[in-house]
Design a binder for this molecule. Structure first.
Ligand code: PMT
Length: 397
């Protein structure tokens, strides 16, 4: 799985940097090409000579090579990589990555990387448990980075607790698992709807909802990582896909979303309807701003929007898979099961607004999945970026 893969190994200034030598050796043995990028303090813990000898490539640390003036392009490096692994990742580097403090080659490379990023923290137990570290790791997770949790054990300080960098053998295993799961959607075309729809009342006002697109874009990134050719039909959101291969078709209203989906669906193998589509739109949107002064309170007459999922369900071929979401506040399971049938879906993902860690705008979600074959799967609260893989894996299971 790792043969021919381009791996950037980011090394920071921690005692666990000695494990990086073993990590390089294991990766190279598996056939990966390893480019080491080390922070200035990383070099205090392990020498570039050791690292370049093991990786077979000069180690990059500074923006320029001092004697030749040669510039190291973090952008090229970021594009070259199939994965970036930061191991060990100190609290300092984790903080810089979380907040975009690009004052060294490692963090600039991280910010330019289009590939998945794995972070293996290593620090003392109190630093690890500090709310600042916890919050920074949560931020990295929300960017789609994969945190390789440190183990508990005796630390460099001789204290016992959580903070030991995961062993190189396990890190390699995690990378192999990651690359092996890339295959299942190769060759598949996937349509994903995301975000809200805005239904215009007049040029300045609309009927909308609280969807941010986080769940839909997490699904798009996960599907692309698993090999799919992904098109997101997206309502107005401020998130963007992390995976450069994901195509985005931006729309505003439910009718525009339907039109865009109808163009993409016939050529798709799978569609996941994650958008929060407004069920109603103003029947007669005003051409100019409805004025407050000197007018009675206006009544907005509504008309029913098309049901996009149900429309795709009507034309679904046997070789296509259609997945819907159900966002419920009451009778959750019953309503989800009803939507599964009425929209001719193969699977429905239920998330409940009763759970404050689920639904709109949160970085986490908690779902129960029902399939048309009668099976169900329950998942605990997880980051949307992780849950996206569970949803797709359940779909292809
Ligand atoms: O974007 P986030 O902030 O991350 O929030 C994620 C989410 C809560 C929006 C997402 O997880 C979610 O639940 N999306 C579906 C929201 C919804 O509209 O649910 P629903 O139960 O009203 O609709 C059922 C299904 O029919 C959905 O797949 C929906 O996309 C689809 N639908 C609904 C109405 C309509 N007119 N056309 C549709 O296609």
């Amino acid at each position: 799985m790792l043969a021919g893969k381009h791996i950037i190994l980011g090394i920071t200034g921690g005692i666990a940097a000695y494990k990086s030598a073993t990590l390089i050796r294991l990766l190279v043995k598996k056939g990966a090409e390893v480019q080491v990028v080390i922070t200035p303090s990383g070099k205090e813990f392990i020498t570039p000579v050791t690292l370049s000898t093991l990786s077979g490539k000069p180690v990059i640390s500074e923006f320029f090579t001092a004697n030749t003036g040669e510039w190291h392009s973090h952008v090229d490096l970021g594009l070259w990589a199939d994965a970036m692994v930061v191991a060990p990742a100190t609290a300092c580097t984790i903080g810089k990555m979380a907040h975009g403090i690009a004052d060294n080659m490692l963090v600039t490379t991280y910010l330019s990387a289009k590939a998945p990023v794995f972070v293996a923290p290593a620090m003392d137990l109190d630093m690890m448990a500090h709310p600042s570290t916890t919050a920074n790791l949560a931020l990295l997770r929300s960017y789609g980075n994969i945190i390789i949790e440190p183990a508990a054990g005796e630390l460099a300080s001789h204290l016992i607790g959580k903070g030991r960098m995961e062993e190189p053998e396990r890190i390699v295993e995690i990378l192999e698992q990651f690359f092996s799961r890339r295959q299942p959607l190769a060759g598949k075309k996937m349509l994903i709807t995301a975000g809200p729809t805005y239904e215009r009342i007049d040029p300045v006002r609309f009927i909308g909802n609280f969807s941010t697109g986080k769940m839909g874009y997490a699904l798009a990134d996960a599907a692309a990582e698993l090999g799919a050719d992904v098109t997101v039909v997206s309502g107005p959101v401020s998130v963007t896909p992390r995976n450069a291969s994901v195509k985005v078709v931006s729309v505003e209203s439910a009718r525009q979303m339907l039109e865009a989906c109808e163009k993409v669906w016939p050529d798709s193998d799978i569609a996941v309807m994650c958008a929060a589509v407004a069920d109603y739109a103003p029947l007669h949107p005003a051409d100019s701003k409805i004025k407050r002064e000197g007018h009675d309170i206006p009544t907005i007459e509504l008309t029913k929007n098309p049901d996009i999922a149900a429309t795709l369900g009507v034309g679904k071929r046997p070789d296509q898979t259609l997945v819907g979401f159900a966002l419920e506040t009451d009778n959750e399971e019953f309503n989800a099961q009803s939507k599964l049938k009425s929209k001719n879906l193969d699977m429905i993902v239920l998330n409940s607004l009763r759970n404050p860690q689920a639904g709109f705008a949160t970085d986490t979600n908690q779902v129960t999945i029902f399939k048309a074959d009668g099976t169900r799967a329950d998942f605990p609260v997880k980051p949307k970026t992780e849950l996206a893989f569970d949803i797709i894996n359940t779909m292809i299971d």
